[in-house]
Design a protein around this ligand. Sequence first.
Ligand code: BDR
Ligand code: CA
Length: 303
Amino acid sequence: MKRLVMDVDTGLDDMVAELIAFGSKEVQVDGIVATYGNKLIEHTLPNTLNVVRYLGRDVPVYEGSHRPLKREPVVGGNIHGADGMACFPFPHYQDNTSKGDGIAFLKQHVLEHPGQITVVATGPLTDIARVMQEEPAWKDSVGELVVMGGSLAGGNVTPYAEFNSFDDPEAADYVFRSGVRTILMPLDVTTQVTLGRQELDKLKTFGGKAAKLFGHCMETYYQSCTSVVRECPAMHDPCCIAYLLDPLMFSGSWKSLCCVTDRKSERYGETVDTGKEGNTLVMLHADQSRFWPLVEQAVRNLA
Ligand code: BDR
Ligand code: CA
């Protein structure tokens, strides 16, 4: 059983990553840290707490960074709805509060269980960079670091930069150059795993609370993506959990990366492949046919 800590900025695709992790019998989520990203922390923290409570999981939620290392935060557009969760009508939960400092948790939990904890980061890399800056031994204690972020072939927020890396380029650059062994899911691979009308309609028929949450949120995601960018929505963040459940779904190559941190450059936030072999396994190909059965199984397990 793999033990995970997730670091998320809960919007719509982060929620699907959480749903698959909670619904899978092969991973156990020890804790979740909510950071800013798709929305400010005022939304992403309650969103994370609500998803955990709604799906009935007793997982502690901690409060991560409120802003990037150096720049002002950039929140995502309306693709995730006004509150980041497509205004899903969650019940009102008593005691819906966080367990405190997410940076301290991320640091201690990994250090106390050397080599045993997989950290999955699906938002800006601020929390991960802060932990590594505060505790250099962390990078040798983390079991595996799996990240959604970056792009080698064009961005989704500027022509060059992917959203999570653009939100905190200094943090992305720090993590990429730190030497920590990382599995990276960039846009190049996450855009190969998309939600089509057929999968959405099928999952809506499953019944149960997970199918209800998935159906509501993914309908908004589908409508926004197909009307605004005229593409089926990509399952960016869920690729990280899919990799943990079925690593052979993905393939890529080991690279040494950095991120453009020159704020005056139009390439600010761009992922750069230095051309050398390095510590980051950059996934470049996905077998989409293996993805949806994992989601379906998780939805069934959580019903
Ligand atoms: C990433 O940006 C966010 O909007 C998504 O949740 C995902 O983590 C994709 O660029
Ligand atoms: Ca995210």
